[in-house]
Design a protein around this ligand. Structure first.
Ligand SMILES: [Zn+2]
Length: 115
């Protein structure tokens, strides 16, 4: 059993397109039940994502070369802020529940698993 996320420099990942990434964000927004205003991708340097008070989400382009599991973590984290503005107990409970749900979803959808 491995621990934690895969180190990015140990595997060479095929980057996904910006459109595919935004598609993932919209799919997650539907599952979580939130409506992000705008979804942007740009080089952010110091963090993976941010969320404005008006519901505008910005993600770092570096996410395009991260693992699907890592992208899920960051996407769900930011989308949840549209529901829960802090990092309290409720936030972490919802985050873990959605991540688990996403893992089941990816595992069961064979179309998304690479050979
Ligand atoms: Zn946060």
């Amino acid at each position: 059993m491995s621990h934690g996320l895969l180190a990015g420099d140990e595997v060479t990942l095929e980057p996904i397109s910006a459109d595919a990434f935004k598609g993932e964000v919209r799919a997650w927004a539907q599952r979580i039940g939130v409506e992000p205003g705008e979804i942007h991708l740009r080089l952010m340097k110091r963090k993976w994502a941010s969320c404005s008070s008006r519901g505008r989400l910005t993600f770092d382009t570096g996410l395009l070369t991260q693992t699907a599991v890592f992208r899920d973590e960051v996407i769900v984290h930011e989308l949840l802020h549209l529901k829960v503005p802090n990092h309290g107990k409720l936030f972490h409970t919802l985050l873990r529940a959605h991540i688990r749900e996403g893992q089941v979803y990816r595992a069961s959808d064979t179309g998304m698993v690479s050979p």
